[in-house]
Design a protein around this ligand. Structure first.
Ligand code: ZN
Length: 147
């Protein structure tokens, strides 16, 4: 099996059985995301305790790429710090949007999504969950400052 079909299989699996799918009753931060190009919608719920992401869930509906990306992202985020989450946003964004292949080895499981580089119309599907994450984390930050 070549690496491409392996990647394909992981995406199909995460789309069929999305991890961390659902909603949190009392999230510490939340954001909505929408990709008008494809119609993908996502709601992202995070529970952050002392800078650690202790729980994360997403809901919404979208294409296979957007659902698989959200599923893989939430898997990555569990028990990470907000700094680690922001750092991975930058690596992921750079890899998918700017085609920086140097970052691929830092992506771990998320590398399965690097195939979308060849399909510019699908890039926004892959990055939607991450943009939603960034907004959610900024809201958390804003709350922390005003308190
Ligand atoms: Zn999509």
């Amino acid at each position: 099996m070549d690496i491409r079909s392996l990647y394909q299989e992981v995406i199909v699996d995460h789309n069929r059985n999305p991890r961390n799918y659902g909603e949190l009753q009392h999230p510490t931060c939340f954001a909505d995301g929408y990709n008008p190009l494809c119609g993908d919608k996502i709601k992202l719920f995070l529970e952050i305790n002392e800078d650690i992401i202790t729980d994360v869930k997403f809901s919404g509906c979208g294409c296979a790429i957007s659902t698989a990306s959200a599923s893989l992202m939430t898997d990555f985020l569990l028990n990470k710090t907000c700094d680690q989450a922001n750092e991975m946003f930058d690596i992921f964004h750079d890899a998918i949007v700017n085609h920086n292949v140097d970052g691929d080895k830092k992506l771990g499981k998320l590398a399965v999504l690097t195939g979308v580089r060849e399909f510019p119309a699908r890039v926004k599907c892959a990055t939607l969950a991450w943009h939603t994450l960034r907004i959610a984390l900024q809201r958390e930050l804003t709350t922390a400052i005003t308190e």
